[in-house]
Design a protein around this ligand. Sequence first.
Ligand code: HEC
Ligand code: HEC
Ligand code: HEC
Ligand code: HEC
Length: 372
Amino acid sequence: MKTFFTVLGASIAFFLTIAMFGTSGWVRPPLQTTQNGFRGTGMDQIHTRAGVAAAKDANLAPAPADPAEPGEELAGATYENVQVLKNVSVNEFNRLMTSMTEWVSPEQGCTYCHNTENMADDSLYQKKVARRMLQMTQAINTNWKEKHVGGTGVTCFTCHRGQPVPANIWFTNPGPNHTSGFVPRNNGQNMASPSVGLSSLPYDTLTEYLADKNIDNNAIRVNATTALPTTKGKPIQDAEKTYGLMIHMSEGLGVNCTFCHNTRAISNWSQSTPQRTTAWHGIRMVRDLNGNYLEPLTSTFPAARLGVLGDAPKVNCTTCHNGQSKPLNGAQVIEPYPALAKSTEVAGAAETAPAAEPAPTAPAPTPVPAPQ
Ligand code: HEC
Ligand code: HEC
Ligand code: HEC
Ligand code: HEC
């Protein structure tokens, strides 16, 4: 009997060890750390060399198309139904159509957006969506240049990556459909939603924090600013929702909380990294994209593309970042595509055209917003 239990114990230990190394959730050493915050604060990013290499390979930017031959003719004057790319030369226009096909619909080709009998025809919803996407991309590269995307910029590929529907989109999550039960109001918790890293945090924090086009609504403030309470303060539920969003942001960027926060003083801006300021603007940018570009396309999309509540597909941090702190390994993607770097709607005013979309409503927010 004793031998039996020894053998049994040894084999269980053996298989558990194998399982520990072989299954997900266990990261095989050696681990590397990169210092991101102030020296000595332990604000490190922890990763494996293999993990970094895999993320790099999964996020390669395609080589830009050869530059277009210079030409005087403008697309707006040459073609019948060009509304956005008006003051782009015909050569540049055709180059961009070819690249857009590679970025968005490489398998389907031009016919994904066009009725090839008549290229000017707008009957396919894909073309109407793509026209708005052109405006959205130009707005990201102008209105959000200083505050978020920098000289790196974005093209259609940043989100689409060779697919008509980007891999990382989201819809409002209605949650479970029963309203009664043991815990009828559970603050959306214990539903294990991927958007909050399968934690027991509220399952739909994205709708609350990333879908409002009034981009300065709903400041994400839960920490007290005084040692003792002076007002009633925010309910604990708000803190849980905030953590849900923070987990989404960390996973979307492939970083730890310490990429942005000094965790001994989470809310303190002067102890946070510059990346936290970029992230602060990123939250507002995503609200702008969802509220002003995607949501208004709800009636253009076919029903099959909408969420269970009939809402439009939306963008979050992962749509562009895909697990990296700088999308596409930080590759500078916008310079070879000047037509996507600024508004091209005013014929003949290529260099000085103002942004097509009004700048985000609020005056430029200061990097360190005053606590509320
Ligand atoms: C992802 C969608 C998409 C794909 C793929 C696409 N196009 Fe387009 N195309 C558009 C949009 C949107 C417009 C209108 C642009 C505007 O209003 O500024 C347009 C306009 C055009 C026009 C002008 C038609 C006219 O007379 O008004 C031509 C020509 C054209 N595309 C050619 C092509 C070719 C050739 C391909 C394949 C290599 C292609 N397009 C692939 C979205 C697409
Ligand atoms: C910030 C991210 C982002 C960028 C940049 C972007 N798109 Fe999109 N695009 C989306 C999202 C999100 C959707 C909605 C997905 C869906 O259709 O279900 C979408 C949908 C589309 C669709 C409709 C696909 C379908 O079958 O429903 C087309 C066509 C398209 N985009 C073209 C473009 C073009 C062309 C560009 C560049 C000029 C571009 N997009 C840039 C995020 C982006
Ligand atoms: C990419 C940067 C970034 C990462 C990573 C990040 N945060 Fe944040 N965090 C922010 C920003 C920006 C705000 C302020 C948002 C606002 O004011 O709209 C914030 C706010 C907070 C707040 C509220 C602070 C207050 O003033 O009340 C808490 C709590 C918080 N984060 C916790 C976390 C935790 C926990 C993690 C890791 C799971 C995390 N954060 C990861 C950028 C980040
Ligand atoms: C439209 C695409 C897009 C979306 C959506 C987006 N970002 Fe970014 N983000 C970028 C680009 C491009 C850069 C690189 C900017 C640069 O090189 O200066 C960047 C850079 C950053 C950085 C700085 C990284 C560093 O290493 O310095 C942070 C932090 C960041 N984003 C956070 C966020 C958060 C948080 C969200 C969601 C709330 C978000 N981003 C959504 C495109 C995007």
